[in-house]
Design a protein around this ligand. Structure first.
Ligand code: NAD
Length: 434
């Protein structure tokens, strides 16, 4: 479903009229393409407080001065109290206006110190700062906060945040820990980091899952496209195009895990739980069957297959699990008690399993939480609700499946071993649910 309003505001008369009427002003986002693999221009590095961070370890080109930067990285890890917080304002106030359209502001923060409430207050303040700047900056520019301790372990994350691949990710707080022992370091070819790896995408025959399969294949993975037997033809079409294989299987089958393990005797590196359904009804009108079918596809099957593939050792060391939550699971949504419960359950699963899966199996577990994404699912929403859903975010537009796919690819990257237990919203900083 094309976003005609976005096209209209991209024209001279459209911009003039919508400005006069005080209507939202979306800017067409600059997404990744083979012709535009990076955002052209300088990346400005600023500092607030006294920092010990050695950003040379990220291998990124950062410069201390730039007239019209495409990105600003503000190292605020040394902000320890309200006084040094002033330096955040002093650093960004003069340059924020000059950041290019579709540019990036990335604030680097430190973990909160439980033994120093002044440091904790000042570092937490960076969250409110980031989210507020994200809401006001406009022109397709994004603002995110990255808490880190080891810049080398955050390399893949910073590359992603500063690239066109993160076009629809704004107002987020991400945490990157120290590199785990299983980490093999940055991939040999950063443009095809998944070379030699196998990735399985559930619900990969269409929509977001199809985009995920495409993006992981672009990054070098051999993909297995799993979908229900009724969608086998579509799954096969996607798999053939990407040089992968299709697996016709209902993920809710009790033996789904065993059948995946059987189909992948050489093991699996990336497991993307994308299959999902909605069966909306207000709770008063919701029959038990609608409740249980949604819980079964969106949550129970994710728990069952993850357990089975970890236990069987099909998921190899250095592996990645990426599950799919939703902002409806974070903020709640009328008519979606079943869906909201299932997607919130994913968040619980990720938070609990991530540290154990990493310690015991060398596998990271994260989730993406899409906001309003232009797919068949959202095309079915009535016009006015759909239009509100599209605009109610800082970028004033819906995302596209590839936005979720790029985020998944970053989490699946072998260099992202230090990203674990995160729920990453891909929502253009939706106004729903902070
Ligand atoms: P979609 O309906 O277009 O595609 C879902 C795919 O999953 C389909 O190919 C379907 O056949 C498959 N599937 C459903 N049940 C299955 C089962 N039992 N076994 C195997 N495959 C099954 O949906 P989409 O919009 O691409 O959404 C993908 C995921 O993203 C879902 O988990 C959804 O809840 C989530 N999500 C989507 C949005 C959005 O705006 N579109 C927002 C938040 C979250």
């Amino acid at each position: 479903m094309a976003d005609r309003y976005l096209s209209f505001t991209g024209t001279g008369p459209g911009r003039f009229l919508t400005r006069r009427l005080g209507l939202p002003q979306p800017t067409a986002l600059k997404r990744w393409s083979p012709e535009r693999p990076t955002l052209p221009g300088d990346r400005l590095l600023l500092t607030a407080g006294k920092s010990d961070l050695d950003l040379a370890a990220t291998g990124l080109d950062l410069t201390p001065s730039a007239e019209r930067p495409t990105a600003v990285v503000l190292d605020a890890t040394g902000v320890r109290d309200v006084e040094t917080l002033t330096e955040v304002h002093a650093a960004l106030h003069p340059v924020v206006r000059s950041v290019a359209d579709s540019g990036r502001v990335v604030v680097l923060g430190a973990p909160l110190d439980p033994a120093d409430h002044h440091q904790a207050a000042a570092q937490q303040a960076l969250e409110g700062f980031t989210r507020s700047l994200g809401k006001e900056i406009g022109r397709g520019r994004t603002v995110n906060l990255l808490r880190l301790t080891d810049p080398a372990a955050a390399r893949s994350t910073l590359r992603f945040l500063l690239s066109p691949k993160s076009a629809y990710l704004s107002g987020q707080v991400l945490e990157v820990g120290p590199a785990p022992a299983t980490d093999t370091g940055p991939p040999a070819d950063p443009d095809r980091p998944l070379t030699g790896r196998t990735a399985l995408v559930t619900g990969g025959a269409r929509g977001i899952g199809e985009a995920v399969a495409e993006t992981l294949a672009r990054d070098g993975a051999r993909v297995v496209v799993l979908d229900v037997p009724q969608a086998e033809q579509d799954a096969r079409r996607v798999a053939d195009r990407l040089g992968g294989t299709a697996l016709a299987l209902d993920i809710t089958a009790a033996d789904a895990g065993a059948r995946i393990a059987e189909a992948l005797p050489d093991g699996l590196d990336v497991l993307v739980h994308n299959a999902g359904i909605t069966r909306d009804r207000r709770l008063v009108n919701m029959p038990a069957e609608r409740w249980s079918s949604v819980l079964d596809v969106n949550l129970a099957s994710v728990l069952r297959t993850t357990d089975a593939l970890l236990t069987a050792g099909t998921l190899r060391r250095g592996g990645r699990v990426v599950a799919t939550a939703s902002i409806a699971g974070l903020a709640g949504n009328a008519g979606q008690t079943n869906y909201g419960a299932s997607k919130a359950g994913i968040v619980g699963l990720v938070r609990s399993l991530a540290p154990r899966a990493l310690a015991e199996h060398g596998v990271t577990v994260n989730a993406v939480a899409p906001g309003f994404i232009e797919t068949r699912m959202t095309a079915a929403i009535p016009l006015f609700i759909r239009e509100a859903g599209r605009r109610m975010n800082s970028l004033a537009q819906g995302g596209v499946p590839v936005d979720v796919a790029e985020t998944t690819a970053w989490l699946a990257d072998p260099g992202s071993g230090a990203v674990n237990g995160q729920v990453v919203r891909v929502c253009g900083q939706s106004l729903l649910g902070a």
